[in-house]
Design a protein. Structure first.
Length: 196
């Protein structure tokens, strides 16, 4: 009987051709994704001169992930196996029906309504504004509200409540030693009002 190490070595020929193709693709997209031979934690890969490959890879992986695991459908379900049902002397169909009504994961809407961590929102809010700042200023504002309306409708939350909640978060978001929200406020006061 072969050891795991012997089996690993025996299959290296078949594995190396696939890994070499993956390394070549990784060099053009995200170099650290597939490690080079002999790479350790101190290795810093050379970055490509443009980011089109990395953006394409991230977009493709995000679409693949949302196709495999849609947010509106649970990717697992709770059920009682026959052996456990026999030990508990329970009706398996009745227990499975009740378990199907249990939602073990809170929905995005539930988390939006209940999460109170503001510190994690500063940087994404700034990044969101950075992505659209080249558009016409009035289009920037309308686009942000359109996105908020579409998302709140899609996840089943009241947009007015979400806006009021965001207004209540402002004092916490503008705490000491924070620059992101102040940068957004400076941008709105300086850039958007200046163009009016």
């Amino acid at each position: 009987m072969k050891t795991a190490a012997a089996r690993f070595s025996a299959l290296s020929v078949a594995r190396n051709s696939v890994l070499e193709k993956a390394r070549e693709a990784s060099r053009l997209t995200i170099p650290g994704l597939i490690p080079e031979i002999g790479q350790n934690e101190h290795y810093s890969p050379t970055q490509p001169y443009q980011s089109a490959g990395a953006h394409g890879l991230r977009s493709l992986s995000a679409r693949l992930l949302s196709t495999l695991f849609p947010t509106s459908v649970q990717f697992f379900r709770l059920e009682l196996d026959a052996f456990a049902a026999a030990q508990l002397q329970a009706d398996k169909n009745d227990v499975d029906t009740r378990l199907s009504q249990v939602n073990p994961l809170p929905s995005i809407g539930d988390r939006v309504r209940t999460d109170s961590t503001v510190a994690l929102l500063r940087e994404p809010a700034f990044a969101l504004l950075s992505r659209i700042q080249d558009a016409n200023p009035s289009d920037q504002v309308r686009a942000l509200f359109l996105v908020a309306a579409v998302i709140s409708d899609a996840i089943g939350i009241d947009g007015h409540d979400a806006l009021n909640s965001a207004k209540r978060m402002l004092s916490t978001a503008e705490g000491p030693h924070t620059v992101h929200v102040q940068a957004i406020r400076d941008y709105a006061d300086g850039e958007l009002r200046r163009i009016e």
